[in-house]
Design a binder for this molecule. Sequence first.
Ligand code: AQP
Length: 326
Amino acid sequence: MERVFSGIQPTGALHIGNWLGALRNWIALSERHECVYSIVDLHALTPSPPPSAEEMRRRVREVAVTLLACGLDTSRCTLFVQSEVPEHAELAWVLGCQAAMGDLQRMTQFKEKSEQAREIVGLGIFAYPVLQAADILLYKATRVPVGEDQVQHLELAREIARRFNRIYGATFPEPEPILSPTPRVFGLDGVRKMSKSLGNEIGLLEPAESVKARLAGAMTDPARKRRTDPGDPAKCNVFTWHGYFTPAAEREECAKGCRTAAIGCLDCKEVLRTHLEKVLAPMRERAAALLAEPAAVERALRAGAEKARAIARATMEEVRHRIGVR
Ligand code: AQP
């Protein structure tokens, strides 16, 4: 059985982009592989300014509840919080010594995130892919589910593994990507990737009324200015979302109605909302039950950290031996 590793940052409320691009695939993979999933809070320290301690704790709890509410089953996978396994930071230092500055400078995410930094461009955002390589290699994972934006980082993790193995002897497998079937979901603005930090998302646990209001403001075909103008579904981001949630026949009806101006964008969004609710409503319900039982969520995370630590300790022991430190 292959070992799969993936992580998610507690940088805000999880959204339908995370669900389509990662989480539903995580659940499917945990049915046929040994899966290790982490809420990577150390990565979430990299924005500038960082979240307060209270905010970080709140987000970690929120992400844990959302993952469980989505249907992640901790009896079928290991789910833990990254900072509960100190070996992640330790291996990141060791691997950082073998990561080329030039490679890190080329990372698209580094360029984008350093532009978003409001105070400083910290070393953490520069070294982010090294910590990510440590996350994966610590578990000797052979497969990593990734969205389009993470392919470059995984390639770097493979390069770091190769370099380490060349210098110190075969230690790490080179992890292969499992490209998400939905690698990039655009946000409400229809232009940028849906992101927690861009405010262009529909949250998985957002109240139904709020989803409705946000959908009403979602960008459609920019050329369709008035209700009476015909639209082009191929140029409409909302229509792309129909592809994720609406059955084919109804979707086709919406497309026809749009092209002929028989329906307006709000009618089309209402059809989407009905189908989106079929996914979101059960998640909200499960989340409410989990929130009423915080101790159970905490127990699940602690048990996950125990399992993760056992693997991480064994790898670090081997790494220390290979590099000659105590
Ligand atoms: N819009 C998206 N479309 C498809 N997949 C997505 N993912 C995120 N956004 C989309 C996938 O979700 C997983 C976890 O992502 P993450 O939280 O670790 O980081 P991210 O990709 O940086 O997500 P965000 O929402 O954009 O967070 P912020 O705003 O904090 O940077 C990954 O597999 C990712 O591909």
